[in-house]
Design a protein around this ligand. Structure first.
Ligand code: M6R
Length: 611
């Protein structure tokens, strides 16, 4: 939620900020702005996408060697020029960008109003900034000291980055609960919400931890805690290439990421799955195998698409490991009073590793003694760091707001985890274990095969683009895929869609079915196949339009369906990894046919770092 970028050094700051904002736009895109130190502080901001800001600045003198930039996903205050960041303090000397929410902003605002402050925006950010300015004036102290004092009063989550007109050679940043990476160049520093704006200039990075303050000059990086004690920065090497964050010839990141899946799944399996010796190597699982295989219960916590991966994992782990599994929305788990015991294992699933609800839910489970295993895509992210152990999904940077390749990589990792635990627990026989290893090994090739139906799906999409509603139905392992298909359609094309277990349809949703309703069946060959054929018949009898994802060789469903998307046959445990792909393509092409901005759907942002 919100992207931030900053630069200090010998380069021209504005082009660095602009490029960075374009890379971070997936995090929020309702307004954007920059502040530059150029003979005083200059602040420019604009409602709309970064391109609109860029256009509004053509012809302006933007020369500066220090600057901050922000692309916003609104929380406090509507998207508008005045609510866009950076904000300027009342005396005009400070500029600040912020990612997060200041929960006690109303109280701080009241205090400032009583002191005569007035506000130009509706944001919590401007309140915090003026609070900092007020401390600076009253305590007659420097900005660093004022920020430290202010943050001790702040309740909420933040990354803040400040420029000070009186100290043009210094940028000050602080973090709690939102991500911040510092790129360390030669005589220059870069700051950003993730590594994408930095990668082209340096691969040396420092991840800032909660309650840390960074005092950054072109050639110096000082880290301190809120107690003013120095911390030695831990410089890491980024394992990411520039090509990974560019579109590489595709019209949209979403399409690129869908088509990357044979490679990302291969990368996820590489070095882990050994089909010659029938082994799975995952240090995070192996080193904690006693804890995992003896778990009384596994609780999976996640949000959105990651939660759907958790639902598939529930079926797989219970089937293979015979350990009871519960799947919780992180946002519910964190606020109720869940029963968690020492012997419980939490599997936290997150692409970004920065989802606020998931982070707080982990903290809560940790306090109650649970063991936390993270399944995360972004290396070095908050969830990766707060988990006791974990496994990365290695899907590479996912820029499209709709999660695609991260989801299939999550399914692959979770299946490997389940298989490894089952093997150690002896809850799976040799033959089934070897068969599933082989099935996983074959997935990248099968995904390549699915992608060959791209044009078929594109044509189907055009037929259904004007639908106002859609129903997605599946059974067993494919039920969460029905949920995921419906979520993708909603996000990308704004068509109302619902996912249901196919049999549950009779308990209500069937009332919606008429000749205008597209009903998407995820009906690959598995033990439920005959049952789902009956469900297809029930929809056909009510004249619903049937679109079905089916396995090759199925001759029954094509005779009943209006449209079919054929995928290769696979064991039911790995089938979801394949059956979701036509649904990703379907939502993409419906979104395109409707003229939607599929990489930046309205109201959404890639990583939800606010609750
Ligand atoms: O980064 P996370 O996996 O924790 O994100 C969770 C959800 O916000 C995310 O999956 C969201 O639902 C996507 N937009 C789905 O496409």
């Amino acid at each position: 939620m919100c992207g931030i970028v900053a630069y200090i050094g010998p380069r021209e700051a504005y082009p660095v900020l602009l490029k960075g904002l374009k890379r971070l736009e997936y995090r929020g895109y309702d307004s954007s702005g920059v502040a530059l130190l150029n003979n005083g502080l200059k602040v420019y901001k604009k409602k709309g996408k970064v391109a609109e800001l860029e256009e509004s600045l053509v012809g302006k003198d933007l020369h500066a060697h220090a600057g901050i930039g922000h692309t916003r996903w609104a929380t406090h205050g509507e998207p508008s020029d005045r609510n866009a960041h950076p904000h300027q303090s009342a005396n005009g000397k400070l500029a600040m960008i912020h990612n997060g929410i200041i929960e006690n902003y109303a109280q701080l605002k009241n205090e400032l109003l009583k002191k005569g402050y007035s506000f130009k925006s509706d944001t919590d950010t401007e309140v915090l900034l003026n609070f900092i300015e007020d401390i600076q004036i009253n305590n007659d102290c420097g900005l660093e000291e004022a920020v430290r004092i202010a943050l001790k009063r702040v309740v909420g989550a933040y990354v803040i980055v400040l420029l000070d007109e009186d100290n043009p050679d210094t940028i000050i940043a602080a973090r709690k609960g939102s991500p911040l990476v510092i790129g360390v160049g030669k005589g220059e520093h870069f700051l950003a919400s993730d590594a994408s704006p930095i990668i082209e200039y340096t691969k040396e990075v420092v991840y800032i931890n909660d309650y840390e303050l960074a005092i950054i000059k072109a050639d110096e990086l000082v880290l301190k805690n809120l107690g003013n004690e120095k911390i030695t920065p831990f410089v890491q090497k980024l394992d990411m290439e520039l090509a990974a964050i560019e579109k590489g010839g595709y019209d949209h990141f979403m399409l690129k990421e869908i088509f990357e899946q044979p490679d990302t799944i291969f990368d996820c399996l590489r070095g882990r799955l050994d089909i010659i010796n029938n082994t799975i190597t995952m240090a995070g699982v192996q080193n904690n195998i006693e804890q995992l295989k003896n778990a009384n219960r596994i609780i999976i916590i996640a949000c959105g698409t990651s939660w759907h991966a958790g639902l598939v994992a529930e079926y797989i782990i219970e089937e293979l490991c015979r350990i009871p599994v519960e799947v919780e929305y992180a946002s519910e788990f964190r606020y109720r009073n869940p029963v968690v015991h020492k012997g419980d294992v939490i599997i936290a699933i997150s692409q970004s590793g920065e989802t606020a609800d998931t982070i707080v839910a982990i903290d809560k489970a940790k306090e109650q003694g649970a063991f936390i295993f993270g399944v995360v895509n972004v290396v070095g992210s908050s969830i990766a760091r707060i988990s006791h152990a974990g496994a990365y999904t290695h899907a590479g940077p996912e820029i499209g707001v709709a999660s695609t390749k991260a989801f299939t990589a999550q399914l692959v990792v979770l299946t490997m985890i389940a298989l490894k635990i089952a093997k150690e627990k002896n809850s799976i026989n040799e033959e089934r274990y070897a068969h599933l290893i082989n099935e996983l090994h074959n997935i990248p090739e099968k995904v390549k095969e699915v992608l060959l139906i791209n044009d078929v799906v594109k044509n189907i999409a055009v037929k259904y683009k004007d639908a106002t509603d859609a129903l997605y139905l599946g059974r067993g392992y494919n039920f969460p895929i029905a949920l995921e298909g419906a979520l993708k359609l909603k996000e990308i094309s704004y068509i109302h869609a619902e996912g249901y277990p196919a049999a549950e349809m009779k308990h209500g949703p069937i009332a919606l079915v008429d000749e205008n309703l597209p009903v998407v069946f995820v009906a690959t060959k598995d033990i439920y196949h005959e049952k789902i054929i009956s469900n297809v018949q029930e929809i056909k009898a009510r004249k619903g339009k049937i679109i079905a994802v089916i396995s090759s060789g199925d001759e029954i469903i094509p005779a009943m369906a209006n449209d079919v998307m054929i995928v290769p046959e696979a064991d039911e445990i790995v089938a979801p990894i394949i059956s979701v792909i036509p649904l990703q393509l379907l939502s993409y092409y419906i979104g395109i046919a409707k003229g939607c901005d599929v990489d930046k759907p309205r109201n959404l942002a890639k990583s939800v770092t606010v609750e």
